[in-house]
Design a binder for this molecule. Sequence first.
Ligand code: A3P
Length: 285
Amino acid sequence: MSAQSDLIHIFNGVPFTTKSSATLLRSLNNFQARDDDLLLVSYPKSGTHWLAEILRQLYNTKAPNKVSITSPIEFGDVGKLEELKSIAGRRIIPTHLSYDMIPSDFKDRKCKAIYIIRNPKDTAVSLFHYYKDNPNLPTIESWHAFYNMFLNGQVVCGSWFEHILGWEEHRNEMSTLFLYYEAMKKDLPKSVRKISSFLGINLSDNEISEICKKTSFGEMKTNVERENSDPNSTVCALTTNKKLIFRKGTVGDWKQYFTPKQNRLLDEEYKAKMDSSCLAKSIVY
Ligand code: A3P
């Protein structure tokens, strides 16, 4: 096996980085959830860090230091489950796992989950840059090569389509709120209101506007670039490659990358796969 392919292993047919050990992935089903656990679900590069910071700010406004945002449940080794067990207070647990790999105890308890969706074209471009800049991921020859990998679901966490459709299919088995990156960009206060009502937290207009200010792209990027960035920030919990996360934070960057043919092929795939999806009505495509 080449050093490159050593960076990825396949579990349940899905590519994972070595950050997720096969032993941990195998043992996830023994995970004991709690009724008040909140899952923060996303396909990679959909705005996970943004949403996590919104949640942190939202809880801190009402009950400072009462919630912990953990690293993604699938990152780590066997000790991970013990580490999560030792957390007192409410846990917000991020994950990129497909629905069928989520520990069944979350489902049995009907825990709440928030799933953030981003347009697949911008997601692909963002993931392309993440691969390029991240030494823990295989080297990518070109945008063209990466595009084919993305379209065929051969990137970390597999197919964008399968991920979303799997979570949509089971949307009523847990209590799931779907959010949209583009809608958040357009009207963040509206999305924050949606989140707070889903979580049963009352916020004043002033509190909402404070949260929006603190979680703007510029504010979050500057905070991460500061030498002494807040050690409690969710960015620290979620990633070791903090500076790779805040690239552009825009909608429509894909237009700089997609050739007309690539655009047509993805449109065809989208139509074929998402035609019967209810979520597709809300995805800005
Ligand atoms: P780009 O690469 O297009 O800039 P994730 O957190 O799931 O890894 O997603 C990362 C993407 O979300 C990056 O997209 C990043 O810039 C964007 N992002 C992070 N914080 C954001 C914010 N506060 N507002 C808008 N986009 C943000």
